[in-house]
Each structure stands twice: as C-alpha cells, then as structure tokens.
Design a protein around this ligand. Structure first.
Ligand SMILES: *Cc1c(COP(=O)(O)O)cnc(C)c1O
Length: 426
C-alpha cells in the first residue's frame, strides 16, 4: 500500500481499527483535505469543522501564511536540538513575549508537556523562592479539570476513564471545586505549603463551563495575598478563541481590537498550546517573568524538539495571523451572534436546555442523561448535514469553529444546527 494510494472511508477506518490502538472513539468520517472553516472527506463531501481540532485550528485549516512559514523553514533547517542555537527561536520568543507581555518563554511541543513544565517551574520556584521544605510543595487544582494525559496530570484528574489503572499517582495536589472562591481561600488557609493554583479560565473538556464574573480576578488576588503562583492553562481558551487574545483578559466588555492590551487578570505562569501553531505543528509554551522563570537553569528541563526552527517559524506566524486578521474581534462578534441565535431557538426545542460559552468556544446541553447516546446521535445527524462536532461528557456538544468564519457562514451553520435539532426532535 503506497503512501499516495487513495482509500475509501471504510478502508481507512478499517486500517485504523486493525493497526491502531483504540485510544479514541472518532466520529466515522475520514478527512483528507481542509481549507479555512471547511474540511472534505475522502469521498469529496464538504463539512464545516465545528471542533477545529479542539481549538488548535483557530486560524483555519491550512492557512496559507502558516503553511508557507512551515514549508519555507522545512527547506532550510528543521531541527538542531537546543545543544546549538538556531536563528528562528529568539525571534519567535521576542515576538511571543511581547505579544503576551511576559519576560520569558519556555518552548515545548504539546499542551501536556507545557502543563508539566509549568508544574515543575512552580514547584522549583516554591522551593527556591518561598523556602518550602523539600518534597512538601502542594499545587491547588480544580475538579473536572482537563490538563492533558501524562502520569502526573492524570494523577489530579477526577475523570475515572482517564485515571483508572494508571496508578501509582503523583502526590502534591489539592483538588477544590471550580468557580468556588471560598474553597480556594480555605485551601490556601489550611495548607502552608501551597505554591500554585492551576486553573482553566473556562473548563473546555469538562463541557465549556464559564466561571462566574470576577472569579479569575478574585482567584488571582487570593493567590497574590497568599504568595502563591496563579497558573492559567490557556491551551484551549487562548489565542483568540474566547473573543480575546487570552481568556484571562477577563470580563471587560471590549473586544481585542480596542483592548489596551493589559489583561484584567495577569497569570504568573501562562500555558499555551493548540492554536499557538494554527494546527500546523505541535507547538506549546510556558510564559513567565524573570523572577519565576530564572529558577530554571541549564539541564533542569528540556525537550529535543522544543523550540525547533519549524515550531518557531510556525508559532510566530500563527500569532501574526491572529493579530493581522483580527480574529479575536471576529470570535467575539460571531460568538455573540451564535449564542443570540441559539438562545432564540432553545425555547422552541425540547431537546436543548442551554447554550453557554464565550467567543467561539460554546456548548449546548442536551436534554438527556449523561449516559445517553442522544448527543452522539445528534452529532451523526449534523455530520450528514455537513457540520462536524463532537460530544463532550455525554450530553454536551461543543461548538468551536475556526475563527476565520464569516457572518454568512456562521448563519448557515446556525441554520444547519437548528434544522438538525428540529428534525431530530420528531
Ligand atoms: C488540549 C488541552 C491540553 C493538552 O494538550 P495536548 O496537546 O493534547 O497535550 C491541556 N490543557 C487544556 C486546557 C487542553 O484543552
């Protein structure tokens, strides 16, 4: 079987089933091409992508500038390892730190690696700057979090499917309820060895849970009061997804275009991934100021591929595209329109109880039990009607299209979604 041999959808599915580990349960659609907000299956059927690879493809599929940066760099130099300098990494680090207003960036590849990096950085800071006793550092995390799949990260997950039979687990984490400031304050008061609080500004995987207004700001203030680092995992919410460059820009009513650029909530450690590359390449990063980042010294941490010249060229271009195309502004406006249209529809439909989200990170809640297949069946019907979305946590469907969508395309999608739901109800 040659690389270029064309397969039918069924052949491709059969191959994955037979030769691949069954660690995912994909919707039965086999994609072979993408452009902007669209993807095509191997039979040539066109779909709106309403998942965007879990918000990695914010800039749209195969963005010509990002693909251009990738291919140009690939012809010159792909990997040096950090044993030597390369001529792209510093440029990218300067651009990214200026964009997000931090002193320094530590480059990694995947989101989980960046979370691991942030946890290590936070612990080391705790021992060296706060004088925490050896092996005593604690990091507060939230229930129903999703931060990735490594052994340490799943140690503080409470999703049994992600966790069971992967022990023994890593110690040093205190779990509290999300969106609960009292619980945070209590944890900070009752444990003397806390060094950080790791939080998603919106819990994406859990089902797009948007915390109460002021939660992040108050949480950051509590962390500051107790001398604890506020660590924002913006792997999914960052890079314009929620209508601002970062979701920690807070609840100001402006969209990015008019923003002063000063985030309402400035994390001590910022974790980025996914759309940092526009989906073209695995690129993740941890950002912090010198007083924190300088605890990392040569040999303490690293990655063979982290900060490679392709990643640097792609990462810098992906951020330029966000700015130049004003994608935060677009996500903000289209997100408002999307929720407005669905909120008008919901009272006419028994099948959906709620739409929630920010910018173009949204979800609808299906009126059925968590273990029902209704959300999956609706996604199958949406697929037939030319729109790809995936259930998350049973009865919730996440809607996160690329941010390069036009208003006309969004209205077309709203019509596909509402018609599908109407037909489904009958
Ligand atoms: C996807 C995600 C991760 C993990 O990223 P990977 O690249 O899959 O390792 C971490 N945190 C959040 C909030 C995510 O959405």
């Amino acid at each position: 079987m040659a690389v270029l041999e064309a397969l039918t959808s069924q052949q491709a599915i059969d191959l994955e089933n037979k030769y691949g580990a069954h660690n995912y349960h994909p919707l039965p659609v086999v994609l072979s091409r993408g452009e902007g907000v669209y993807v095509w299956d191997v039979e040539g059927k066109k779909y709106y992508d309403f998942l965007s690879a879990y918000s990695a493809v914010n800039q749209g599929h195969c963005h010509p500038r990002i693909v251009g940066a990738l291919t140009e760099q690939a012809k010159n130099l792909t990997l040096t390892s950090r044993a030597f300098y390369n001529d792209m990494l510093g440029k990218y680090e300067k651009y990214a730190t200026e964009t997000f207003k931090f002193d320094k960036l530590l480059p990694m590849n995947t989101g989980a690696e960046a979370v691991e990096t942030a946890l290590k950085l936070c612990r080391k800071w705790g021992y060296e700057k706060k004088g925490i006793a050896e092996n005593e550092a604690q990091i507060i995390v939230c229930e129903n979090n999703f931060h990735g799949r490594t052994t340490t990260i799943i140690s503080f997950s409470n999703d049994p499917v992600a966790r069971e039979n992967f022990g023994p687990y890593t110690d040093g984490f205190i779990k509290i309820e999300y969106d609960n400031l009292k619980a945070l304050e209590h944890a900070l008061q009752s444990h003397s060895n806390v060094v950080g609080f790791l939080v998603e500004p919106i819990q994406g995987e859990a089902g797009v849970y948007v915390p109460s207004d002021g939660y992040l700001k108050e949480a950051k203030a509590l962390c500051a009061q107790y001398g604890v680092l506020f660590i924002a995992d913006e792997v999914q919410t960052g890079i314009a997804r929620t209508g601002r460059l970062l979701a920690t820009c807070g609840n100001c009513s402006c969209a990015e275009k008019h923003c002063s650029g000063t985030p309402e909530v400035k994390p001590d450690i910022l974790i980025l991934g996914k759309a940092l590359s526009g989906g073209a390449y695995p690129v993740s990063a941890v950002l912090a100021n010198d007083d924190i980042m300088n605890v990392i010294r040569p040999g303490n941490h690293g990655s063979t591929f982290g900060g490679n010249p392709i990643a640097a060229a792609v990462g810098m271009t992906a951020l330029e595209v966000i700015k130049d195309e004003e994608l935060a502004q677009n996500a903000y406006e289209l997100g408002n329109l999307f929720r407005e249209k669905l909120n008008a529809f919901i009272p006419t439909c028994d099948l959906v109880t709620q739409v929630r989200g920010k910018g173009l990170l949204n979800a609808i809640v299906i009126n059925d039990t968590e273990d029902s297949t209704t959300a999956w069946d609706i996604c199958m019907a949406l697929k037939e009607n030319g729109l790809l979305a995936k259930p998350t946590h049973g009865n919730i469907i996440r809607f996160a299209p690329p941010l390069v969508m036009t208003e006309a395309q969004l209205l077309d999608c709203v019509s596909i979604i509402t018609k599908t739901l109407q037909a489904f109800e009958k």
